[in-house]
Ligand binder design. Structure first.
Ligand code: C5P
Length: 212
């Protein structure tokens, strides 16, 4: 079974993806880490994030086994990740890895921006997770606080909106729900309620399939 989970920044899709993968015994890939790793490699080498040639070379060379997730969450890397993600050659270089990951038995949950539309268009279940920008910013601030990082909610909100805008407006694999995605708005749901809602959608799709 392949489950595709897409949505804007801090919508809760990462936490949901991890829990759904655990519930169904599937592999999990946070595809945002791939773009973050490319961004970090480009910045560390002293290049600009929109330098297509260096970003594409970095994308071809990343090793997901060696990711340092903490370093990939740094603000400069976060900002640059949506710049490198708009470069078609970067997306192309990361495509095979993601598709191969999805194909590993017994299946996988992948979360990102283009999983249901580009990476796994034939996924068994597609979720598009959203929440209001204010709620997403508040969650991101709480998350950072838990990691000991102080953040101003207005700055975080501005960063999220700028990234969403870049991700939705780009030509290459823009952030948008697949035509057959199930929308899950978590604005008024805590993580347990969001998880129950997601499982209900997955079960309904599976049951429907068995009947059909
Ligand atoms: O999900 P996360 O916020 O970690 O993703 C970081 C950035 O990577 C996003 O802002 C987006 O530009 C890019 N991304 C993408 N496609 C994906 C996953 C992430 O373009 N499938």
């Amino acid at each position: 079974m392949i489950i595709a989970i897409d949505g804007p920044a801090a919508s809760g899709k990462g936490t949901l993806a991890r829990r759904i993968a655990a519930r169904y015994g599937l592999h999990h890939l946070d595809t945002g880490l791939l773009y973050r790793a490319v961004a970090k490699a480009v910045l560390d080498a002293g290049h600009a994030a929109d330098d297509a040639a260096h970003a594409a070379a970095a994308a071809a060379a990343i090793d997901p086994e060696k990711f340092d997730e903490g370093a990939l969450k740094a603000q400069a890397v976060t900002e640059a990740s949506s710049v490198v993600a708009a470069i078609p050659q970067v997306r192309q270089a990361l495509l095979d890895y993601q598709r191969a990951f999805a194909a590993r038995p017994p299946g996988a949950v992948l979360d990102g921006r283009d999983i249901g539309t580009v990476i796994a268009p034939a996924a068994d279940v597609k979720l598009f997770v959203t929440a209001s920008p204010q709620v997403r910013a508040a969650r991101r601030v709480a998350e950072q606080k838990a990691r000991g990082v102080r953040a101003d909610e207005r700055d975080v909100l501005a960063d999220l909106l700028r990234r969403d805008q870049r991700d939705s407006k780009r030509e290459a694999a823009p952030l948008k729900p697949a035509a057959d995605a199930h929308l899950l708005d978590t604005t008024h749901l805590d993580i347990d309620a969001a998880f129950r809602a997601a499982v209900a959608i997955i079960e309904a799709v599976r049951t429907g399939r068995k009947r059909g």
